[in-house]
Design a protein around this ligand. Sequence first.
Ligand code: 4NP
Length: 156
Amino acid sequence: MQSVLFVCLGNICRSPTAEAIMLHKVEQAGLSDRVVVDSAGTGSWHIGEAPDDRAQSFGARRGYDLEPLRARQIDIADFERFDHILAMDRANLRELLRLCPPPLQNKVQLLMDFAPGQQGAEIADPYFGGADGFERVLDECELACDGLLDALKANQ
Ligand code: 4NP
């Protein structure tokens, strides 16, 4: 069993999008009983809320179901529980590394590190922007999740 936690700021736009994409890809690969997927936010503002309406509708147009997901905040136990803790941007990464016990920090990295040729790239916060930002988040998460799935398969 391998486990992946996607982390953004609010857990209502980027990380639930990545979660829904990864759940879809894991299911298509027939690995649903081998891979655990979840998401969380570094912030507490949106705890218990469904994903942003725009994230839900742009995701649904590509076949991803964000509707059942609910926002939660990262918990210190997550650093033990998950094998890969994947930040959307450098601010998320910094906050995760601040919270993470030093022996577990090798689990924490940027999601885009798994997108071929895009190590170190960020997935920008779409919350205060327009539709193009949400489409870009979907494009980037799809690319990175393909690479992540390959890495998980290689670890089987
Ligand atoms: P997310 O986007 O981190 O991708 O979920 C945001 C959602 C809410 C806020 C900021 C970013 N906010 O300031 O409430």
